[in-house]
Design a protein. Structure first.
Ligand code: SF4
Length: 361
């Protein structure tokens, strides 16, 4: 199917014990199918030409719902000595010190823990299964198990979350000494229980003003603590940027394995069906139907601008030379800045980045 040497491999593990109330990702609670699913993943990997990826990312869903033995099977099949970053997403409630030690031994060297918030009542409200205490414990255990590249996910603009509560979450994350923090603003996706509750008036969404204040606070505190703000939602201590995700943002080809996973070879995208049965039957019978999209030059340009402006490297200014007047206006308003031949969003610009991108495209 592809001949390019793919530098990144993404493996989708779609299993979750229960569904979080805000989530619209593809996942399933059919936990009894995990072994069979891993067998299928490995068969899918075997169908690709040989690659020596430099990053491997196990995402979900909840990869920490797999037995360590199955995680090791995946790593042993895909990773080589050149695979320097092996990340696994984990939910705090699934982790024990023993399991973390075993994961480290299995080859995982970067852990991405879905903390979201350290406040248990807010976790309950958004339907997460773990508590704030379990989140803190998971980070400490991971450190004790020898992980020295830990990322945590935090969410802001949760219903009823105050500025004070958010500042405590951010400060706690910094105090815990994690190397990487990803922060996402809660969005209410159509069809999710959170969206239904919002419509019924069970709570109110955070105002745009509060969202902006929370984001600005986050950027200010993390910058002061030495974190590099290298992508609109991602912050890393020097030397700890996610190489896997940076590859996505730098337009590097990747293979996605598993139900619902997307792949990209530099010219086209293709993706597996978001259905466990169709995916597993298709791989087993060697006739999986994948949807494919050939990228036109214009689509490529749109993606470079959209992804590039989200990062601290920005884009070549010539990418948007047709909109010079608008660019100068954004620069004069302090929302974009020039760095040599490149155009980069300022911190204020990141706050309204979607609007800027839409305007420039
Ligand atoms: S654990 Fe992740 S994928 Fe699973 S339901 Fe919650 S947010 Fe969605």
């Amino acid at each position: 199917m592809i001949e390019t040497n793919m530098q990144s491999i993404y493996v989708h593990i779609p299993f979750c014990k229960s569904r979080c109330r805000y989530c619209d990702f593809f996942s399933t609670t059919q936990l009894d199918r995990r072994k069979e699913y891993v067998d299928t993943l490995l068969a899918e990997w075997a169908s690709y030409p040989h690659h020596t990826p430099n990053t491997l990312y196990l995402g979900g869903g909840t990869p920490s719902m797999l037995d360590v033995e199955d995680i090791k099977r995946i790593i042993d099949a895909i990773a080589t000595k050149d695979t320097t970053e092996i990340t696994m997403e984990a939910n705090p409630g699934d982790l024990t010190l023993d399991k973390l030690v075993a994961l480290r031994q299995a080859g995982v060297n970067r852990l991405s823990i879905g903390v979201q918030t350290f406040r248990t009542p807010l976790l309950r409200l958004i339907g997460r299964r773990h508590t704030g205490r379990e989140a803190r414990q998971a980070v400490r255990w991971a450190q004790k198990a020898g992980f020295n590249n830990i990322s945590i996910d935090l969410m802001y603009a949760l219903p009823r979350q105050t500025m004070v509560q958010w500042s405590m979450d951010v400060r706690k994350a910094v105090r815990m000494g994690v190397q990487h923090i990803s922060c996402y603003c809660l969005t209410y996706e159509e069809g999710t229980p959170m969206c239904e509750s919002l419509k019924k008036g069970e709570f109110r969404a955070a105002t745009e003003r509060l969202q902006n204040r929370m984001y600005q606070f986050l950027c200010k505190v993390l910058k002061r603590q030495g974190y590099e703000h290298y992508e609109v939602s991602n912050f890393a201590l020097p030397g700890y940027r996610s190489r896997h995700n940076s590859n996505y943002w730098n337009d590097t080809p990747y293979i996605g394995l598993g139900a619902g996973a997307h792949s990209y070879d530099g010219n086209k995208r293709w993706w597996n069906p978001c259905d466990l049965d169709i995916y597993m039957q298709g791989i087993k019978n060697n006739n999986l139907q994948r949807e494919t999209e050939d990228l036109t030059d214009e689509q490529h340009h749109i993606e470079r601008v959209m992804l590039g402006l989200r990062t601290s490297e920005g884009i070549e200014e010539q990418e948007v030379s047709y909109a010079a007047a608008k660019v100068n206006d954004y620069i004069n308003r302090g929302l974009l800045m020039r760095q040599g031949s490149r155009l980069v969003a300022t911190q204020e610009g990141l706050n309204i980045l979607n609007r800027i991108i839409e305007d420039l495209l």
